[in-house]
Design a protein around this ligand. Structure first.
Ligand SMILES: *Cc1c(COP(=O)(O)O)cnc(C)c1O
Length: 368
């Protein structure tokens, strides 16, 4: 029996995608091979990567002046590649300044990694209130290499609802946990990146979307595999790309298109999130720790209203255990913040959210 999987990542994939992959496992598209067995330079694989890129461009409305790259190393490698390619200097010359807004653990890690290659400056932070909101930040300097934000904060459950004004400074965004969840104006960004394992497919593929004028800025000492311009020139085939992950990503994009594309997905996602937040507002025993204007559509942390720390952690443990027994799995919050969290990416049907609410209403009756 399939469970409702609320994991933050790797996370649930649409069942039709898994079924299609299973049907094609040993013989994909009449080639007599699994996609896992194909040469990445073969005529069998080429249409797969081309179709995947074309679908992503269509669904996200990616303008022609942008490259789409399929890389490895996760979102975390982009924490290094962005400063390395856009702000690092030749030996003896200065590093450029790059600015960050610290809205959570991933945003903080990105800035810490950037400090190795750039003059990384944190413009604003929401750490003072446990990252429960998106802070106001001052404008960047016109000479800054880029301005980095984490559009959706997976662990704490916040999202940017409007983009910062950065003038001519390229905006760089980690969209790992919100890509394709709502429409996004790609032309507002210099670089976008997302690890696939949240809303796109299996772990192992990272999507990077980069404006072409930002290519070729890496210093000469940059390792080849970490240079955007080399990956762009080679069509993500400088070395072997994550072939099978790209194939599954293509199937997810086909599924998403058949569901009506990003606008239809966004409508469904807003409905799902509203249902759950409304329930939390009305609940006497659970609440959202996130300030209302910046609540995420994708990752919804919740905590018991109970304040005694021992009773609280016992209650959380019982909740996660009993939910799993009821077929609602991976509801524990991130290990750094505790509590509970329901990640409701594109692949989570509204019936999964309804089942969770129903379980919680029943669970509440057992709380004395
Ligand atoms: C999961 C996540 C990451 C880390 O991704 P990896 O692919 O494991 O490196 C970074 N940023 C955000 C917003 C995430 O949700």
């Amino acid at each position: 029996m399939r469970v409702y999987n609320f994991s933050a990542g790797p996370s649930a994939l649409p069942l039709p995608v898994l079924e299609k992959a299973a049907a094609e496992m040993t013989d994909a598209c009449g080639t007599g091979q699994s996609v896992m067995e194909m040469s990445h330079r073969s005529g069998d694989f080429k249409p797969i990567i081309e179709k995947t890129e074309a679908l992503l461009r269509e669904l996200m409305g990616i303008p022609s002046g942008y490259k789409v790259l399929f890389l490895q190393g996760g979102a975390s490698l982009q924490f290094s590649m962005i400063p390395l390619n856009l702000a690092a200097g030749e030996p003896g010359t200065g590093k450029k300044r790059a600015v960050y807004v610290e809205t959570g653990v991933w945003a903080k890690k990105a800035a810490e990694e950037a400090a190795k290659f750039a003059d990384a400056v944190t413009l604003a932070s929401s750490k003072d209130r446990a990252y429960a909101y998106i802070p106001e930040a001052p404008a960047p300097d016109p000479g800054d290499a880029y301005y980095h934000i984490t559009l959706n904060n997976t662990i704490v459950g916040t999202k940017w609802t409007s983009l910062p004004e950065t003038g001519a400074v390229p905006l760089a965004a980690d969209i790992s946990s919100c890509i394709l969840s709502e429409p996004l104006d790609v032309s507002k960004f210099g670089v976008l990146y997302a690890g696939a394992q949240k809303n796109l497919g299996p772990a192992g593929t990272t999507v990077v979307i980069i404006r072409e004028d930002l290519l070729g800025r890496a210093p000469s000492w940059t390792p080849a595999l970490l240079r955007y311009d080399i990956h762009a020139k080679e069509g993500s085939m400088y070395n072997t790309p994550p072939c099978y992950g790209i194939y599954i990503l293509g199937l997810v994009l086909e599924w998403l298109k058949a569901r009506g594309g990003v606008n239809a997905m966004a409508e469904e996602n807003r409905k799902k999130a509203a249902l759950f937040y409304d329930y939390l507002e009305s609940s006497r025993n659970f609440r959202s720790p996130v300030e209302k204007p910046c609540r995420s559509l994708m990752n919804i942390p919740f905590v018991p209203a109970e304040t005694g720390p021992e009773r609280r952690s016992a209650l959380e443990a019982r909740f996660v255990r009993e939910a799993a027994a009821a077929g609602l799995v991976n509801l524990a919050g991130h290990r750094l913040v505790g509590g509970m969290r329901a990640s409701i990416y594109n692949a989570m049907p509204i019936d999964g959210v309804k089942a969770l609410i129903q379980f919680m209403e029943t669970f509440e009756k057992t709380i004395g």
